[in-house]
Design a protein around this ligand. Structure first.
Ligand code: ADP
Length: 255
């Protein structure tokens, strides 16, 4: 059986009194899984991600990383955030440095890597994400797709065990979507566990081996894509659009 690396038990969180953003969420994430997280706007997907890497502290319930309960102390939070990376929906929320190279280096210096190692790791990641030509440019003046690649590089360079992508393809053009798919496939082959929240049901169908459906702050289904899209009550409750290839029973078309 696959190793359980991250677990939420009865996770509940509210931003405002009397309004749950997530409520009694239970979920175990196993090493190497490819999980799609879906559901309407406001269903709780981003909050769930923020809880998973300790950016927000649950009001009640617990997070376990490698079976160890998160105590929300500075050191254990830093350790968790090193191992569980989030790529935010809006890259601007993530960027702080004045050049692309500086931006991607920041996290590595922060955890104490020496200059030589940082250079090597940053060079390698810029090559993989086709960012070399932008290395001295200010990240804030790049296009949406380029910014997204920098924000992904920011996280990938830290070599986390799990990466949470919050609606990564929302503002990307076709070329950048293809590049993104290539990157996640490579990450999966390297053994990184992946959770991707998205409204792109065709991507979910083709890519995910497990689908979590959120509705009103709770998980209403956790299953293979085949089973999720076959359940009319789930499709209706979460207002899901069925993938184009679902009725054909095939995952992709090679041309
Ligand atoms: P999703 O990612 O599925 O769109 P969110 O986790 O962003 O859902 O939102 C869950 C609920 O929490 C929604 O009702 C949303 O309005 C609320 N919410 C999200 N962020 C905030 C915030 N910073 N302050 C107050 N309410 C918030």
């Amino acid at each position: 059986m696959a190793e359980n690396i991250l677990k939420v038990e009865n996770g509940t969180f509210s931003y405002e009194e009397n309004r749950f953003a997530i409520h009694n969420v239970n979920m175990e994430i196993n090493a190497g899984e490819k999980i799609a997280v879906i559901g309407n706007n406001g269903a709780g997907k981003s909050t769930f991600f923020l809880a998973l890497n300790g950016v927000i502290k649950l009001d009640s319930g617990d997070i376990y990383f490698h079976n160890e309960k998160l105590e929300y102390r500075r050191n254990s939070l830093l350790e968790l955030r090193k191992k569980v990376g989030i790529v935010f929906q809006n890259p601007d929320e993530q960027m702080i440095a004045s050049t692309v190279e500086g931006e991607i280096s920041f996290g590595l210096y922060n955890v104490g890597y020496q200059k030589e190692t940082v250079r090597k790791k940053v060079d390698e990641i810029m090559e993989r994400l086709e960012l070399k030509e932008y290395s001295t440019r200010p990240p804030h003046y790049l296009s949406g797709g380029e910014k997204k690649r920098v924000s992904i590089a920011d996280i990938m360079v830290m070599e986390p065990e799990i990466i949470l992508f919050d609606e990564p393809t929302a503002s990307l053009d076709c070329k950048n979507i293809q590049l993104f798919k290539k990157q996640v496939n490579e990450l999966h082959e390297k053994g990184v566990t992946l959770l991707i929240s998205t409204h792109d049901m065709n991507f979910v169908w083709e890519w995910a081996d497990r689908v979590i459906v959120f509705s009103n702050g709770t998980i209403i289904a956790d299953d293979k894509a085949e089973n999720i899209f076959s359940k009319e009550d789930i499709v209706e409750q979460a207002a899901l659009q069925k993938p184009i290839l679902f009725d054909f029973g095939i995952k992709s078309i090679s041309i």
